[in-house]
Design a binder for this molecule. Structure first.
Ligand SMILES: [Zn+2]
Length: 307
């Protein structure tokens, strides 16, 4: 049965919380600054503080909604497919096998579901955004890093240990910049908003503060800015082609800060993707910008409850 619920999208620096109805309409929402990655202490203390932060945000909305019983949460980390425990969270390394939804359920006497944030964004886009008429959807986020989630024939797919679709860590070249994962030349070292900014500043005489400024320079004809954005597009296109050959997904949506440079990236993405595909797949894959943008994660968290 579909229900009005509270949905949370927990990020590295803020928590977004909303009341969302059964049709995916956001009725009320709030955003809170919360540096969860800065919480210190042992495992139990960190987990306790995460529960406190999240439950405080739920309480605020509970005071405004009528008879809400269900909460869906998108959280950065790997969720075990069997028990739904948070096995690990890259920004909070002491967390291990954390029963986030179980503890919140008990504390608040509500039904709570939690899942990986990138997978939630894919579910949001699949159920309420551009993927509504598709069988399957791969959703990519180009922000601080490169994240991805997969809905395959209607089902969210996270893998056995929640580690599927680490798309941003596909290795794209033999040499390149170091990635936060410890490897080199991962996709996100070329195609995240952070990477575009860093690569421009590393190779330019001048320095800029945002990827958006790199885009502006490219529009004005700056050769380095154009090159860096074209490389982001080329690597993204190659990675999408390889993923398509594995999964036979014909619909891909993209959101995140770097979509602001879509017209400078997309032609290269399309060209490199088509070149790397097998012939029957060519000219037969939709790659488009997300229609939900930053709301995809919130709506996906609601879909945990409603679908
Ligand atoms: Zn990596």
């Amino acid at each position: 049965m579909s229900k009005t619920c509270i949905a949370l999208d927990v990020g590295g620096t803020n928590i977004r919380a909303a009341i969302i109805d059964a049709q995916g309409k956001i009725l009320q929402q709030h955003s809170y600054t919360a540096q969860l990655s800065q919480i210190t202490g042992n495992q139990q203390e960190v987990e306790q503080q995460v529960i406190e932060h999240i439950s405080a945000n739920i309480e605020v909305l509970l005071g405004q909604g009528e008879n809400i019983q269900h909460v869906g949460i998108g959280f950065p980390g790997f969720f075990d497919n069997q028990q739904g425990h948070l096995i690990a969270s890259p920004n909070m390394p002491v967390i291990h096998n954390f029963d986030l939804s179980g503890q919140l359920s008990k504390k608040m006497n509500l039904t709570v579901s939690a899942q990986n944030d990138a997978l939630c964004a894919a579910m949001g886009e699949f159920h309420y955004g551009v993927g509504q008429s598709s069988q399957s959807l791969m959703h990519i986020t180009l922000g601080t890093g490169v994240g991805a989630g997969l809905v395959i024939q209607g089902q969210a797919y996270g893998g056995d240990r929640g580690m599927a679709m680490e798309f941003g860590h596909l290795r794209m070249a033999k040499t390149g910049d170091y990635c936060g994962c410890g490897n080199i030349a991962c996709l996100e070292t070329f195609a995240s908003a952070t990477a575009v900014l860093r690569r421009f500043n590393d190779h330019s005489q001048t320095s800029v503060r945002t990827a958006q400024e790199v885009y502006q320079l490219a529009k004005e004809g700056d050769a380095l800015a154009k090159l860096i954005l074209s490389e982001a597009g080329n690597y993204l296109g190659s990675a999408i082609a390889e993923a398509s050959k594995l999964l036979d997904i014909k619909h891909i949506s993209i959101s995140g800060g770097l979509c602001g440079a879509w017209d400078m990236i997309y032609p290269y993405l399309r060209q490199s993707m088509e070149a790397a595909l097998i012939p029957p797949m060519r000219n037969n894959i939709i790659v488009q910008q997300s229609s939900l943008g930053d709301d995809a994660g919130l709506l996906g968290a609601a879909a945990l409850v409603n679908r």
